[in-house]
Design a protein around this ligand. Structure first.
Ligand code: ATR
Length: 500
């Protein structure tokens, strides 16, 4: 028996009735029935995609669903698979409505021929698979003018900044609305849309079971993004980068928010143009992490920055202050300097000596930070001219990598900023044959693997080590503390990183 959502709720309360819907996509009855059984306890609604289920038996599907369902019978022109005549499709949808299903989905251009009288539980839908329509406001407004109870539009997102338009439209909408961005760049609309009032989101039961491009899995929606906790007051954060799909920042920050009861949601933000993105999204968000390749691009967009940001030319954190102004800082450098300080019993770096391996962007930032703490820095680099140039520019000494191996025990701090030893070349060591001793601090920026050859040999010699994972946790913790003004749960961050 189908439990139908109360019609009053459908007509009046859907703006506040935020649901997760799992589409059932076939390809045949046995697969659909199996998926319904797996999905029905995980979601508020199931969408029966009749056009994707070969030789469907509606009654059988409804008997097993025992759940609120949306019945959809999508024609090819709107991105579905059905090729049967519109009148016949409408008859099937009417039959479903008469059987008491919660919702039926009727495409915008079929609504006029839908034979049913009651449109309160009809979702009038429109899809744009080929790109983001320029006149989306007009299109959305005419969709909302149709006499259906609910309006739904799904559009292909070409650039993540376009989601801002969807957030605004759904926020202003006067009827129950579903606005979805399709494709990887549309992911944030599927999750954060709830904050702005989107009536439901679609989540796939598993990867490869998506009914539209970019759909998030139910597991990620519930466990990574804690969808049920999102509401109008939820503060949005995210990591601006490209690529970001493998970033572990969403996992640590979202778990951290949950741990301290902070109403926040942290999203991966695959951004091509950070300036356009920031300007279109800054009103919707409360904080950003910024990663490769965008650490330089947003410096001028902050209202104020920590002084070191200008010196090193890199900013990885933006914080929205109470006065709505944006403050920028570099938690990578703060984390590195803080972790190295902590590794010494006196907590002081003044007059200590450091050997920095590498002369790229990461090395420059560390060298400037170390010199600022009174450290005497020596650079060793594969390309001698580059190493000498950076050393001269920043006020450091230069030695060759061979000399560095021979003299490694002379320095208080050794820092690797090269990629030597990084997965998959895990057997490589940038200081092969070097000797370390207790009292030295050896730092490796590489976090995959955590225990690089360099870290292993330093540890065996009794030196104190700071790993890339320590750095990742610490830079994230500093961001978290700037956003929430609460202590970051560092142990939890480590636990999560270990689980990946
Ligand atoms: P980042 O921004 O992470 O510092 P980068 O600017 O590309 O990256 O700098 C990488 C540094 O690692 C460089 O100093 C590079 O040495 P070269 O100047 O000789 O290119 C160093 N590096 C990269 N691969 C290396 C390798 N296989 N052996 C030694 N040094 C290496």
């Amino acid at each position: 028996m189908i439990v139908s959502i109360d019609k009053m709720a459908v007509s009046n309360d859907l703006k506040v009735f935020k649901m997760i819907c799992i589409p059932i996509v076939g390809p045949d009855m046995s697969s659909a029935l199996h998926d319904i059984k797996v999905a029905k306890d995980q979601a508020d609604l199931l969408e029966l995609r009749l056009d994707l289920i070969k030789d469907f038996d509606l009654q059988k599907l409804l008997d097993v669903a025992e759940k609120n369902v949306i019945v959809t019978f999508r024609p090819k022109r709107e991105g579905g698979q059905s090729e049967i005549a519109d009148e016949k499709r409408m008859d099937v949808l009417l039959e479903a409505q008469q059987k008491g299903v919660a919702f039926i989905d009727v495409e915008w251009d079929s609504l006029a021929i839908f034979p049913g009288k009651d449109l309160s539980n009809v979702i009038a839908s429109r899809h744009f698979f080929d790109g983001f329509p320029e006149d989306i406001e007009t299109l959305w407004s005419s969709l909302c003018d149709l006499p259906s109870g609910i309006a739904k539009m799904a559009v292909k997102i070409d650039d993540i900044s376009q989601n801002a338009k969807l957030f605004s439209l759904v926020q202003k909408s006067s009827k129950p609305s579903i606005l979805i961005g399709m494709g990887e760049e549309g992911l944030i609309s599927r999750i954060a849309g709830k904050k702005f009032g989107s009536m439901l989101t679609f989540a796939s039961i598993d990867t490869h079971k998506e009914s539209a491009p970019g759909q998030v899995t139910i597991d990620a929606l519930l466990h990574l993004y804690d969808y049920h906790s999102i509401n109008a007051e939820t503060k949005l954060y995210g990591v601006i980068g490209n690529p970001v799909e493998h970033s572990l920042s969403p996992a640590i920050h979202n778990a951290g928010f949950l741990e301290i009861d902070w109403n926040g949601l942290y999203l991966p933000l695959k951004v091509k143009d950070p300036r356009v993105f920031f300007e279109s999204m800054k009103d919707f968000f409360d904080g950003f992490s910024i990663t490769i390749p965008h650490k330089e691009s947003l410096i001028e967009h902050a209202n104020e920055v920590d002084g070191i940001v200008y010196e090193i030319g890199a900013m990885n954190t933006l914080v929205k202050l109470e006065n709505q102004q944006w403050f920028g800082l570099n938690s990578d450098l703060e984390a590195a300097i803080g972790s190295i300080k902590k590794a010494f019993s006196d907590g002081d770096l003044d007059n200590k000596t450091a050997l920095v391996l590498g002369a790229g962007g990461a090395a420059r930032a560390l060298i400037i930070g170390l010199i600022g703490q009174g450290v005497e820095v020596t650079i060793a680099n594969r390309t001698i001219e580059k190493g000498e140039m950076v050393a001269e520019e920043l006020g450091a000494k230069f030695i060759s990598l061979d000399e560095a191996v021979l003299n490694s025990s002379e320095y208080d701090i050794i820092l690797n900023t090269t990629s030597v030893g990084m997965y998959p070349n895990v057997e490589e060591n940038p200081l092969e044959g070097a000797r370390f001793q207790a009292g030295q601090v050896v730092f490796d920026a590489i976090y995959n693997p955590e225990n690089t050859k360099l870290i292993q040999s330093a540890r065996e010699s009794g030196a104190t080590v700071v790993t890339g994972k320590d750095m990742f946790v610490e830079q994230g913790a500093i961001q978290f503390e700037n956003w929430t003004q609460c202590d970051a749960p560092r142990e939890l961050f480590y636990k999560i990183l270990r689980s990946y």
